[in-house]
Design a protein around this ligand. Sequence first.
Ligand SMILES: C[S@@+](CC[C@H](N)C(=O)[O-])C[C@H]1O[C@@H](n2cnc3c(N)ncnc32)[C@H](O)[C@@H]1O
Length: 274
Amino acid sequence: MSADESCCIPSYNQSCCELGSVASTEEAVKKNYGKLWASQREGKSAKSKRLASMLSAHEALFKELKPQKGMSVLDIGSGNGETVLAIAEKVGPTGKAIGVDFSPEGIALAREKAEKRNLGEVAEFHLSNALELPLTNDYFDAVISECVVCLIKDKQKALNEKVRVLKPGGRVIMHDVITWARMPKAMRENQKLFCDCIGGAVSLDEYVEMMKKAGLTNIKTVDFTKGVNKKRMEASIVAKARKLKDKKAFHEIVDFARKGSIGYALLVGTKNRA
Ligand SMILES: C[S@@+](CC[C@H](N)C(=O)[O-])C[C@H]1O[C@@H](n2cnc3c(N)ncnc32)[C@H](O)[C@@H]1O
């Protein structure tokens, strides 16, 4: 399996999501990424690779964010901390770049990097679930996330939390996996595909609706689906669904994958001042 078949760490996901004994999907996601960040910490695995679409969206997120001295920025699902540290370099010494992640291994790795790069005063990392942020209301200039909301089942709650900690007039800037067709139920329920950032993806319209409901306005979307390698995505989805005993469900998944129904997008919204 090649490194760019999935969201950002597919070669790892292939084995890590063999999580038959894991109680919930959330635990599976935590364990999955925990193993990746632990192996990066030990210097065992290569850097996590991002899809071409994700890389373009990452650059677009930075352009949109325009991090400047004094800004306070929160990154939800900060992973190995690279984005937070890049922001800390721009917003310090007076600003703050804070990362939260529910993987203890990711937080430990990110904190180590912050110390090594002398960014400990500006960059902070908190171990927390995105659904219950241990942070005060109306604080951040921007709340970002990169390929994380697709891994959270209760997306509305995650978006509400982002908006709660955002200053009035502040922005949510996020990029994520999206769908261009109705996803078959068996695909949504497949834990491996969920851990691979695919099974939990929703359409752009659904994201926009949830953002509005969370209190965001001036919503802007940029489509990066062109950067998704359709052939590889299809092969990856089919490989993970192959063990399905229900052949009808399997064929529905193959059909969905063949249509190139997985995309990628950047979404931006502003919190109402009222
Ligand atoms: C695909 S990785 C992306 C990491 C980083 N944002 C990047 O772009 O490299 C997803 C990250 O989100 C974290 N994550 C997933 N669900 C979460 C949740 N409910 N609360 C906090 N972190 C979560 C995982 O632990 C993992 O580090």
